[in-house]
Design a protein around this ligand. Structure first.
Ligand SMILES: Cc1cc2nc3c(=O)[nH]c(=O)nc-3n(C[C@H](O)[C@H](O)[C@H](O)COP(=O)(O)O)c2cc1C
Ligand code: SF4
Length: 488
């Protein structure tokens, strides 16, 4: 992962913890009632893909146990991982792309409700992503993938009819020459694996995205409602299709790219299609970026415009993340897929403890507060969820007291200790297992391996009922609070 050149090591310091009486009076543990949103505390576990779904996208027992474990900590809300809306093979990632998935998803809902005693609201994140190929070997790229053109023929001085001859000649060249001969896009596909973009409008399936996506999201939202979820989160963040439409790099000329207004058009079309399918009383919000954190990308001003549009259209919440883009991601190893959390924008999304002067805690606060304040000035009180390096009660409470956010999201801190919310609420904050922001979990995500936390995945392995990874080396969920180990 990319890290700021300053390489300053920051230690997590949760500060002081409240007594149960103080927690009870706090903003964090107070309810939020706004539009369709009624959550018992202003705490939120943002979406995290744990790589536990079946290869066909089905819910497994491991998925159910994973979310039930988070629910035991009784946060105000949990957002289920990015779940695919298209009925296409996409590896062990959850899918909601057909009615056959509804029964499995229902089981997550039931287990979360049971484990949280009905206290935790459950939302599901709906995602669309474009196709991404692994980085090919040089042989594979030049002998199979590359579409030979007259430019290639001319560059190697071999007749276009002798395609194999051209391929062999290109294969023999070094990268310096290839960089000159290939188009920038071809060179990128060779170096990083082919990645579709929303601007590839020469392909009909990309050209037609504005026509196909609203119905796909709406159908997925209908299934989520049928499965018993309390609401949905449209994934408009990071490196995926909807965020790419919102990006300043979206230069489509069909009315869905270019100006801010045109870049907001598809996200609004999707929202309206979803809303008219699920009705006015179901929670529908989105996750979007406060800043893309890439050269030429959308910034906080753009994000403010989008947030106001979404609030005025009637979204129930806006969850703000930042960065996490393909554009500045590191070149993957051979046969590996590019991962959008390996460049500077990835760092901004999931900051590591080795950082710059600002450190990894609260890098999303300033833009979030700016967007929220602009929303309020425009007359909208749509709840804003913040995330990024938040782990302490003091941080969370200050953000709420200072009117910088409405709901506190903690992704990695919840993974490090799913009982954070219950411990802090009951005056047991000292027992919290504090996230160290090492990104061991993110490294597992990058390798598409079952995600666990290094602070607990080898603890209390012999406790009865401990579920393990297939190799038997790691536990799959955090040990129960009160198991016989030190918390920190
Ligand atoms: C293992 C892992 C998987 C993630 N998966 C998702 C995801 O499915 N959707 C999403 O919007 N963000 C995802 N994220 C990003 C988190 O939701 C969150 O925005 C990020 O980790 C920063 O918050 P934190 O500092 O509280 O962890 C993931 C993060 C991790 C560590
Ligand atoms: S592995 Fe655990 S401690 Fe490290 S960043 Fe992830 S949640 Fe935090």
């Amino acid at each position: 992962m990319w890290k700021p050149p300053q390489r300053i090591r920051h230690e997590t310091n949760p500060g002081s913890w409240p007594s149960a009486a103080t927690a009870k009076k706090s903003a964090l543990f107070s309810p939020l009632d706004s539009g369709n949103m009624h959550i018992q505390t202003r705490s939120w576990i943002p979406a995290m893909v744990p790589w536990r779904a079946a290869l066909n996208g089905d819910v497994t027992d491991d998925v159910i146990n994973w979310y039930a474990r988070f629910a035991e900590g009784k946060p105000g809300a949990i957002v289920i991982e990015a779940t695919g809306i298209r009925d296409i093979p996409s590896g062990p990632l959850l899918r909601i792309s057909h009615d056959r998935y509804i029964d499995g998803l229902k089981q997550i809902v039931e287990s979360v409700k049971k484990a949280s005693n009905g206290e935790t609201k459950l939302y599901i994140q709906l995602i669309d992503f474009l196709s991404l190929r692994r980085r090919p070997t040089k042989e594979k790229y030049f002998l199979q993938h590359l579409r030979i053109t007259s430019a290639h023929s001319k560059a190697v001085n071999i007749d276009l009819l002798d395609e194999n001859g051209i391929r062999d000649a290109l294969l023999a060249l070094d990268d310096e020459d290839l960089k000159i001969i290939l188009t920038p896009r071809e060179y990128e596909s060779y170096q990083r694996g082919h990645r579709e973009r929303v601007t590839d409008t020469n392909f009909p399936h990309i050209q037609e995205l504005p026509q196909t996506l609203p119905a796909l999201f709406a159908e997925a939202a209908r299934r989520a409602k049928q499965a018993g979820f309390d609401g949905i989160e449209l994934h408009y963040a990071h490196a995926y299709t909807m965020a790419s439409f919102m990006s300043k790099l979206n230069t489509r000329t069909d009315g869905y790219g270019g100006s801010l207004e045109k870049r907001a058009r598809l996200p609004l079309d999707v929202y309206h299609a979803v809303r008219s399918t699920v009705g006015g009383k179901f929670v529908v919000g989105c996750r979007m970026l406060s800043d893309e954190c890439i050269d030429g990308g959308s910034n906080t001003e753009d994000a403010t415009y989008f947030a106001i549009q979404f609030a005025s259209a009637g979204m129930d919440f806006i969850s703000l993340s930042r960065g996490g883009k393909f554009e500045d991601a590191a070149r993957p190893a051979n046969k590996q897929a590019i991962y959008p959390y390996t460049g500077r924008s990835g760092y901004e999304c999931m900051p590591h403890f080795i950082s710059d002067e600002q450190g990894p805690f609260g890098r999303n606060i300033k833009p979030t507060a700016t967007i929220r304040s602009a929303l309020h000035s425009a007359g909208y009180k749509t709840p804003i969820v913040i995330a990024g390096g938040i782990h302490s009660f003091e941080q969370a409470e200050t953000l709420l007291q200072n009117d910088q956010a409405d709901i506190i999201g903690m992704a990695r801190q919840s993974l490090a200790d799913p009982d954070w919310f219950l411990k802090v609420r009951t005056g047991n904050g000292a027992a919290v297992r504090t996230c160290k922001y090492t990104n061991y979990c993110e490294g597992l995500d990058q390798k598409h391996k079952v995600v666990t936390c290094q602070l607990w995945d080898r603890l209390d392995m012999d406790l009865p009922g401990t579920l393990r990874t297939p190799d038997g080396k790691r536990r799959l969920t955090a040990p129960p609070w009160g198991a016989n180990h030190e918390s920190n």
